[in-house]
Write a protein that binds this ligand. Structure first.
Ligand SMILES: Nc1ncnc2c1ncn2[C@@H]1O[C@H](COP(=O)(O)OP(=O)(O)OP(=O)(O)O)[C@@H](O)[C@H]1O
Length: 318
């Protein structure tokens, strides 16, 4: 905190910023939380996608300069972020945990953040940030009376009060209802469209899909994929799938399915048939046709191992 309250000197005027990670690792004792991650983030909205424990929070904290990398470098426009007050003035972080003083009004809360940054006109900065998240109507009410979504917006306003070029948000949609989610998505879109570099973490594929075209996927501390969302989505849905099937004649169905190009393996069990398919769409389209042609009724079709972890792990192996 001492770094944030250091005397403010005018930062060089920049319209956009680039956050760059080169070979970044972070370990806690024997636990490798982040493993050799390199990426460059520019203006616009990027999603940081990964299952729980993938290392997203650790990565965001290193980006924000709150945590030192065990190895590698994190720089903002060429300057290291770790222990660098000049960088803190150009970067905002909305952390995952909610630590908001509920007895304060949103205005007081955002104003406190403006004062911590030693802004020349904290009142005006607080008003501007509150307007940006559209909380003007509720700014004089205690935060304790807010909905989860409003509280989250107040936290975003506090992180934006010094008008940073870079905004990092850790799981900003957690616990929000669909309407609050849409509101937050719209806000991130607007901030990204205005030229800010926005990175938000999430473990939900659909969330990332709706907010950003660019995605960085983390699995077990490593960067598993990065780039255009549609390409990564295709990789995920085209991966091999395993299905458990029950039908009126598993044996005959197994024989018929072996002739299907989308099927890569068939195993006849005592109570069900296990089928491996090269891609989801072709197989699920072919199965009813094959069954109909054989006069077999499919009683159950269950995709196996559809956990988010298995989807992400596939990306690591791909
Ligand atoms: N302070 C710490 N001490 C020891 N281990 C830690 C610490 N912080 C994180 N870890 C470990 O590092 C790994 C990555 O954690 P991290 O919180 O960065 O992941 P995450 O993707 O943000 O997950 P989540 O969404 O569940 O917070 C986990 O195995 C976690 O247990």
């Amino acid at each position: 905190m001492s770094a944030i309250s250091a005397e403010r000197t005018p930062a060089p005027t920049r319209t956009t910023s680039t956050l760059e990670l080169k070979g970044v690792s972070r370990w806690y004792g024997n636990v490798v939380a982040v493993n050799d991650v390199s990426m460059a983030l520019g203006p616009g909205v990027t999603g940081l996608l990964g299952p729980n424990g993938a290392g997203k929070t650790t990565l965001l904290h290193m980006m924000a300069g709150f945590l030192s990398p065990s190895r590698g470098t994190v720089t903002l426009d060429g300057s290291p972020t770790w222990r660098n007050p000049e960088v803190y003035r150009r970067l905002g972080l909305v952390s995952e945990r909610e630590a908001v003083h509920t007895f304060l009004t949103a205005y007081e809360f955002v104003l406190a953040s403006a004062k911590l940054h030693r802004l020349p006109d904290p009142e005006e900065a607080a008003r501007r940030a509150i307007a940006l998240v559209e909380l003007e109507g509720a700014q004089s009410r205690r935060i304790g009376t807010y909905s989860k979504g409003m509280r989250q917006r107040a936290r975003v306003a506090a992180a934006l009060v010094h008008d940073p070029q870079v905004l990092l948000l850790d799981e900003p949609f957690n616990g929000m209802d669909p309407r609050q989610r849409l509101h937050m998505m719209d806000l991130l879109h607007r901030l990204g469209a205005a030229g800010r570099t926005i990175l938000f973490s999430s473990h939900i594929l659909e969330e990332v899909e709706q907010v950003s075209g660019t995605v960085q996927v983390m699995v077990a501390g490593r960067l598993a994929a990065s780039g255009d969302f549609r390409t990564i989505r295709r990789l995920m849905t085209n991966r091999p799938h395993v299905f458990a099937i029950r039908s009126t004649d598993d044996r005959a169905l197994a024989v018929a399915l072996m002739a299907e190009p989308s099927v890569t393996g068939v195993e006849l069990g005592r109570t069900e048939l296990t089928v491996r398919a090269g891609d989801y769409g072709s197989f699920t389209r072919a199965l009813p046709k094959v069954a109909l042609a054989q006069g077999i009724r499919v009683r159950q079709l269950v995709p196996e191992d559809e956990s988010l972890e298995s989807v992400f792990s596939y990306l690591v192996e791909a």
